[in-house]
Structure formats: C-alpha cells, structure tokens
Design a protein around this ligand. Sequence first.
Ligand code: ATP
Ligand code: MG
Length: 280
Amino acid sequence: MNDNNLIIKIENLSHAYGAQQKTIPIIENFSLDIQMGRVTVLIGPSGCGKSTLARLIAGFEKPDGGSILMHGKTVRGPSPERLVVFQESALFLWMSTLKNISFGPDSRGESSPGAENIVQKMLEKVGLNSFSKKFPSQLSGGMQRRAELARALVNGPKVMILDEPFRGLDAMSKALMQQHFIRLMANSLISCIFITSDIDEAVLLADQIVITTNKPLKVAAKFDVTIQKPRSTKKLVESDEANKLKFQALEVLHKEAMKSFASGSKAAEDFLRAYSIRNN
Ligand SMILES: Nc1ncnc2c1ncn2[C@@H]1O[C@H](COP(=O)(O)OP(=O)(O)OP(=O)(O)O)[C@@H](O)[C@H]1O
Ligand SMILES: [Mg+2]
C-alpha cells in the first residue's frame, strides 16, 4: 500500500494518567498507520487503554508524547472529520431520533433543504425513518446504536473511531448490527478505527487487525485480513483462512489478557503460573 493511501499516522505515542504527577503510563511507544477507506480493528484486553487511544485520535485529549497526524497535519483537537461512536450510548435523551441525528448540521447552522435531505436519507439508510420522532428511551439497544452511527455519518467524516460500538447488545442484535455496519461501509471511503474485545467481530470486519498489549498499550501484533468480502459469520465459520487467522490472533490475545488478568496481584500471578504448567 503506498503512502498516498495513508490518512492517519500515529508515531511513538505515549500517554499517562496520575493525580499529582503523570505516573501511570497508559500508552507507550504506540505507532500505527491507518489507510484510507480501510477498517482497522484494534483488539486488546479490558482496561488496556483502548478508549484512551480513541480519545487521543479524536482529539479530546492531547498526548504526552509522540504524534498523531491526519493527512500529515498534527491532530490538535476534535473535528467533524474525525468522529467517535462511544462505548456508552451518547445520544441526547431529551432529543428525538431526528434531532439527535441532525445535531451536527443543526449546530453548524446548516438548515438548507439539502442538509435536511441528507439527514432524511441517513434515517432511511439506518432503517429508522418510522422512529424519527421517538426519543432514545423508546428505541431498542440496536436502534440506539444505529442512531449513533447515523448521527456521526451525516457529518461526512473521513475517519470514524468506533469504540466497542456493539458492546452490551445481545448476541442476535450484535450480529444484525455487524451486518448493518458492513452494508453501511461497503464501498465507503471512510476510514474506520474499530475497537473491540471480540475476535470474531475483528475477523468479520477488519482489513487490518492490531492486537494491543496490556497497559501500557503498545502494538503486540498486526495481521492483514485478506478474506474475501462480503463476509458473514456463517461463511467465516467454514473458512480455513478465517479460522487460522483467528487462532493466530487468539494466541497473542490470550497471552496479553492473562498478563492483564494477573497484573497487580501476586496471588493471581501464582495461580496463572500453576495452571499454565503442562504435565508432560
Ligand atoms: N481520565 C482518567 N484519569 C485517570 N485514569 C484514567 C482515565 N481514563 C482512563 N484511565 C485509566 O486508564 C486505563 C485505561 O483505560 P481505558 O478506558 O482507556 O481502557 P479500555 O481498554 O478502553 O478499557 P475497557 O476494555 O474496559 O473499555 C485504566 O486503568 C483506567 O482506569
Ligand atoms: Mg474502553
């Protein structure tokens, strides 16, 4: 892939938290290239710093070290070019679906028939046109996630950062949302950074899988996913290529998750050591 396709370049990123001094490193020496129009899936153990990375790329926080460049320019703050769909629902509870989705154009004062048309088309695209007047509390979990996707997409972002967008949905709704996401993104030029902790979701959606270490977050391994599209869970179960990739990725992920599970607890470390010794 040549450099013309590069949209985001993250180099030697580091970030730390801590009440007095910044003593808890969360991200360390993290470097990654994001290619235009591709889905990069970040997968790592719980609490490893994925959402922190999402906030840094979105520009909500400034990194302590290293750089995030979009089209060669340093990211200095949030922008409608780089939008986030958060881990927790962030719909405005007091606004209808329509008002939530048109929030971006409305707040920029774009009230032309053209802008309204884009919102209307987006409502249809995510299958919520008959729910436009309903409030978030009147929508199912899956509908709320679709409204959030639509609220970001109407702004025509170049980059979407999706932070575990389907976490918490039941298995059936999650599968439907994944297929919906695949259809929405088909032939799209939007570059997605999709965060998950679900390896099956990663193999289903990714062009590139990046496995991260436990805190401090670094790149543990990268895999290009060349499995033919459109993909479906059913096809992947029967695909040798998908299963091989899944097991390679799981091996790295398992090691990182175990470290995360045990970190800070001598008892947990001893437990893991004892249980991982083979008897042969
Ligand atoms: N604003 C903050 N101030 C201090 N510590 C923070 C802050 N935000 C996150 N952390 C800490 O940074 C670490 C990484 O948190 P983060 O939410 O980025 O992880 P994550 O990988 O997204 O976790 P999860 O899998 O649970 O979503 C955690 O130990 C968390 O407690
Ligand atoms: Mg998170």
